[in-house]
Design a protein around this ligand. Structure first.
Ligand SMILES: N[C@@H]1[C@@H](O)[C@H](O)[C@@H](COP(=O)(O)O)O[C@@H]1O
Length: 250
């Protein structure tokens, strides 16, 4: 489909919206979908970082599911942040999931590669060889998914990203100083995210309410990257009351 740079206003599918009590219930709802997916043959999970998926990962950890026959493919990583830095997404995944529930293979984009463009091409080959059955997403306050900032063409593959001021501002809480926040990242593209057979986007809290309203009720536009999910055949949005507070049709 040719979405490049175009704003699409035609909604082709209706997303499944689940409004939950809180992020714990959200994690349980997402886990139930994953459990069902694995029971029916899902082999590759697309994973995300940020505070949002943590309650899902806690459900995965406390479950008796064994992930050692599955592969995981992560969305993104900062460029130039050593993998043992506590804020790197390699380390985040280790701390929040992989150290407790290992997968057969876990891929995270190589933000420390000497040649990021080559690392991006290599990551696309990994995604091609491991088609994603279920992709987990959070959402940035500006509607970004992965690190696909507003304006990213919908058919983009893995690429280097210059982070927006809004994202640097939102992510500075994890760093000692704003100047320590990396300015660049490597991210799976929207083209690859949309190829996932199933997508679960989660969002909690009032600072996500505008992005959620635009994602669900606004036009499909590259200005709000997550709005592309309106064009996905099997997307579920799990949100709490605060994140749902600006929806006009509840
Ligand atoms: N690259 C990540 C996104 O994948 C994530 O969705 C977003 C929101 O983070 P949080 O869940 O902490 O609000 O943060 C970062 O920008």
């Amino acid at each position: 489909m040719a979405y490049i740079g175009l704003d699409q206003t035609r909604r082709t599918t209706i997303m499944d919206i689940k409004i939950v009590k809180d992020k714990v219930a959200g994690g349980q709802a997402a886990f139930a979908i994953i459990q069902q997916g694995i029971a029916t043959g899902a082999k590759v999970l697309g994973l995300a970082t940020g505070s949002t998926p943590i309650t899902l990962y806690q459900e995965m950890i406390k479950s008796d599911l064994d992930f050692r026959q599955l592969t995981s493919v992560n969305l993104d990583e900062y460029v130039g942040l050593p993998y043992d830095n506590p804020q790197s997404y390699h380390q985040f995944m280790q701390d929040n999931l992989f150290s407790k529930k290992p997968f057969k293979h876990s891929y995270v984009p190589e933000g420390m590669a000497a040649d990021i463009d080559q690392a991006a091409k290599d990551y696309d080959k990994i995604i091609e060889a491991n088609p994603i059955d279920i992709q987990i997403l959070g959402i940035g306050r500006n509607g970004h998914i992965g690190f696909n900032e507003p304006g990213t063409p919908f058919d983009e593959l893995t690429h280097e990203v210059r982070l927006t001021e809004s994202t640097i501002e939102a992510n500075k809480r994890f760093f000692a100083d704003e100047k320590d926040v990396p300015r660049k990242a490597i991210s799976m593209g929207i083209g690859s995210i949309m190829k996932s057979k199933q997508i679960i986007l989660m969002a909690y809290g009032s600072d996500k309410a505008d992005a959620i309203q635009a994602t669900i009720e606004g036009p499909v536009t590259t200005h709000v990257p997550a709005s592309v999910l309106q064009n996905h055949a099997n997307a579920t949005i799990i949100i709490d009351e605060a994140a749902a507070s600006k929806l006009t049709n509840k």
